[in-house]
Design a protein around this ligand. Structure first.
Ligand code: SAM
Length: 352
């Protein structure tokens, strides 16, 4: 039944009571925005009648209004229930607002896990000045504030005034936190004035990641440390019986959706070129086994539709991709690299 839209539309149209052919089609137009062609309408009516899901009203002359039988009501209710379940279970239709999206992501086990790796690597101490480059709505500022308290300072930088405003609002009761609207590529900070700095999925978006690294290098004190947590979207592996479809989906994300889609793997090189030592690179792979929670982060439907519009997937492949994600056993994984970069201590000899 689910695959036969014309029959389903007729059942829906008759849900409120008997109607004749013309009125059924008017009700269908109201429901779906389009009328059925005469062939589809009368074909659907004949098939539903032969299955005893609808029946003509007696004694109504040539117009023969049709109504749902008890079995027709039952089938319709079953279909509606299962469609409601599917709608509630699967892909998110609307694009979430940016702050809501960041908050939601920060609340996932996957984010908590890599953020803890970053915090441990940053080794913030009381009295430090810690800098969060691209602090967003203040996601990590309170944790940093706790670590530098009582005598340190946390500076949150974000280029987006809305993000900075929300970060200020959320840290209003934390006097050690100072949020500034600024470009991480041109920091409003003195040379060698900071002990610790972090970027958390910021470099994937900036126009010139090397420039952010140069600025971080400039403002960090000798012995200072920069910890970066950035994804490598090329590692996005989604299981599908036809791997070429998931490759195409991933290629589209890397090439068209994220500005610096493979920044994760580039960080050790970029940090070295900026004059840092890179003592550690920690891969953190997030594994998703549930379509719905993965969709909240990865936005499958809207990104698959964008991939189709950009020519990475055919309409048919997009349908197969989404159908499998919705109905099959789900698996997806993506790797984010936590890269630790250090400024040499004053007077230290560069290692050869
Ligand atoms: C993916 S969000 C991450 C936010 C936050 N770090 C978190 O973990 O929730 C990236 C943030 O970087 C900011 N951003 C992008 N380009 C920037 C730039 N050139 N300078 C400063 N911030 C920037 C964005 O406004 C956004 O808030």
């Amino acid at each position: 039944m689910r695959t036969n839209d014309a029959q389903m539309l007729v059942l829906c149209a008759l849900a409120d009571g008997p109607l004749h052919g013309y009125a059924i089609n008017a009700a269908i137009e109201k429901l779906s925005g389009e009328r059925l062609g005469p062939g589809s309408l009368y074909g659907a009516l004949a098939r539903l009648e032969s299955k005893a899901l609808i029946e003509p009203l007696e004694g109504e002359g040539r117009q023969r209004p049709m109504r749902l039988t008890a079995e027709g009501h039952e089938v319709l209710e079953r279909e509606v229930r299962s469609m409601a379940e599917v709608a509630g279970r699967m892909f998110e239709a609307a694009v979430p607002d940016r702050i809501g999206y960041l908050d939601r992501l920060a609340g996932t086990d996957q984010a908590r896990s890599y953020k803890q790796v970053m915090l441990d690597a940053l080794a913030v101490r009381p009295g430090h000045t810690a800098l969060d480059l691209g602090c967003g709505p203040g996601t990590d500022l309170a944790v940093l504030a706790e670590a530098v308290t009582p005598s340190g300072t946390v500076i949150g930088i974000d280029a987006d005034p809305e993000m900075a405003a929300r970060a200020r609002e959320r840290t209003a009761d934390l006097p050690v936190v100072d949020v500034r609207i600024a470009d991480a590529q041109a920091l409003p900070l003195a040379d060698a004035s900071v002990d610790r700095a972090r970027t958390d999925r910021t470099l994937q978006h900036v126009a010139d990641p090397a420039q952010v690294l140069a600025e971080a290098r400039r403002v960090l004190r000798p012995g200072g440390r920069l910890v970066m947590g950035e994804p490598d979207w090329d590692s996005l592996a989604i299981d599908h019986p036809d791997p070429e479809i998931s490759h195409a989906y991933t290629r589209h994300i890397t090439e068209r959706i994220v500005r610096n889609g493979v920044i994760g793997r580039q960080l050790p090189r970029l940090a070295t070129e900026a004059g840092f030592a890179v003592p550690a690179v920690v891969p953190v792979t997030s594994v998703f086994r549930d379509t719905r929670s993965a969709d909240r982060i990865l936005g499958f439907q809207r990104n698959a539709e964008r991939a189709a519009a950009a020519g990475y997937l055919s309409e048919e492949a997009t349908g197969r991709f989404l159908d499998h994600l919705a109905e099959g056993t789900f698996f997806a994984a993506v790797t984010l690299y936590v890269v630790v970069a250090e400024v040499a201590e004053a007077g230290a000899q560069p290692s050869s």
